[in-house]
Design a protein around this ligand. Structure first.
Ligand code: SBS
Ligand code: ZN
Length: 259
């Protein structure tokens, strides 16, 4: 089978051929209709979402052919909010972006697309033994979605944007000898978010993700966004517009932690 991607010939509209779950009941991303989201005080009340990440002492970057990914080696824990007492372990983070600032995010807010979307991927270490074990379980994964909008540079993201040029080709990997604190990639307000049950947004599209999408976007500079657009994908083209459009909400409710 032609490897999946984001071109006309192998993009999101073709994924259902090899991955029938593409038309499933809990697919991601979705359009977040803000007026339809339900305020849920017990999601907020019982225990606030909390992150406890250990800064990486070196940064392992991989161009995996459809995004740039940072592999996490230190212990980082996400818990609380919709995750209850379960502790989810940070595994990796990566991004999706557009060829221009008017598109690139996967989730949309009342139809609005942001220039990019950062995903911090976690797996349920309270219930499963590894990422591979958790990846197909309905409560296996939790992903933090952070909207990115053009503005001032994000200092913590510099180690990635400054090295995209060296990760040009698909399969390229590198280790940068510098620290990175994933906490500093999050927006300042991590209390206000939407949450719903969804899936991986790329094949195999497993329906195993509790999504937590922050309301407040983070700013990256134009140069940082341009660095992403200069990456090359597995077909040797510029890696851009690597986002899946919103899937049907079907019988799901989106919850929000703010009024
Ligand atoms: C999950 C795939 C690899 N994909 C991901 O890990 C992944 C993570 C997050 C997102 S997103 N954009 O939703 O945040 C998308 C994909 C590997 N893989 C394929 C089959 C398979 C079977 C067992 C273990 C791993 C397996
Ligand atoms: Zn993603």
């Amino acid at each position: 089978m032609a490897h999946w991607g984001y071109m006309t010939t192998n993009g999101p509209s073709t994924w259902g051929k090899d991955f029938p779950i593409a038309n499933g009941e809990r697919q991601s991303p979705i359009d977040i209709v803000t007026t339809a989201a339900e305020y849920d005080s017990d999601v907020l009340g019982s225990n606030a979402l909390s992150t406890n990440y250990t800064p990486e002492s070196e940064v392992k970057l991989v161009n995996n052919g459809h995004s740039i990914m940072c592999q996490i080696t230190k212990k980082g824990v996400l818990t609380g909010g919709p995750l209850g007492k379960d502790e989810y372990r940070l595994e990796q983070f990566h991004l999706h972006w557009g060829a221009e600032d008017n598109r690139g995010s996967e989730h949309t807010v009342d139809g609005k697309m942001y220039a990019s979307e950062l995903h911090l991927v976690h797996w349920n270490a309270s219930k499963y033994s590894s990422f591979a074990d958790a990846v197909q379980k309905p409560d296996g994964l939790a992903v933090l979605g952070i909207f990115i909008t053009p503005g001032v540079a994000c200092n913590q993201f510099k180690v990635i944007s400054d090295n995209c040029g060296k990760l040009k080709t698909s399969g390229a990997e590198m280790t940068v000898d510098t620290t990175l604190d994933p906490t500093l990639l999050l927006p300042s307000n991590t209390s206000d978010y939407w949450t719903y049950l969804g899936s991986l947004t790329t094949p195999p599209l497993f329906e195993s993700v509790t999504w937590i999408v922050f309301k407040e976007p983070v700013e990256y500079s134009k140069e940082q966004l341009l660095a992403l657009r200069n990456l090359v994908d597995s077909d040797g083209n510029h890696m851009q517009d690597n986002y899946r459009p919103p899937a049907a909400l079907k019988q799901r409710k989106v919850k929000k932690t703010f009024t």
